[in-house]
Design a protein around this ligand. Structure first.
Ligand code: SF4
Length: 83
C-alpha cells in the first residue's frame, strides 16, 4: 500500500467521512486500486481504530486539517461523540 496525504478523488462513502477534513487522517491507496482512510490516532489512543468504519460521522478525535488532509500532528480538540 502507498500512503499519501491527499483526500482528493475519494469514492463514496469515503468522500462523506468526517475523516476527510481531519488532520489525523492519512489516505492509503492499495496496489489493487482500493482506497482506505487511516487514522493516525490509532496506536497512540486505544479509542481509535487504524481503519475506522466509514463513513465516520462524528469523532472525539477530530481535528480540522486546515485544508490539507494528513498534515498537522498536534493533539486535542475534537468534534462531538464518536460513532
Ligand atoms: S481522529 Fe477521528 S475523524 Fe480524525 S482520522 Fe481518526 S477517526 Fe477520522
Amino acid at each position: 500500500m502507498r500512503a499519501t496525504g491527499s483526500a482528493k478523488g475519494l469514492p463514496f462513502p469515503l468522500s462523506q467521512s468526517l475523516c476527510v477534513g481531519c488532520s489525523k487522517m492519512k489516505r492509503v491507496d492499495s496496489a489493487r486500486g482500493g482506497v482506505f482512510l487511516m487514522c493516525r490516532r490509532a496506536g497512540q489512543d486505544d479509542r481509535f481504530n487504524r481503519y475506522p468504519l466509514q463513513p465516520v460521522i462524528s469523532c472525539v478525535g477530530y481535528e480540522e486539517s486546515g485544508g490539507d488532509s494528513g498534515g498537522a500532528t498536534s493533539d486535542g480538540g475534537g468534534r462531538s461523540g464518536r460513532d
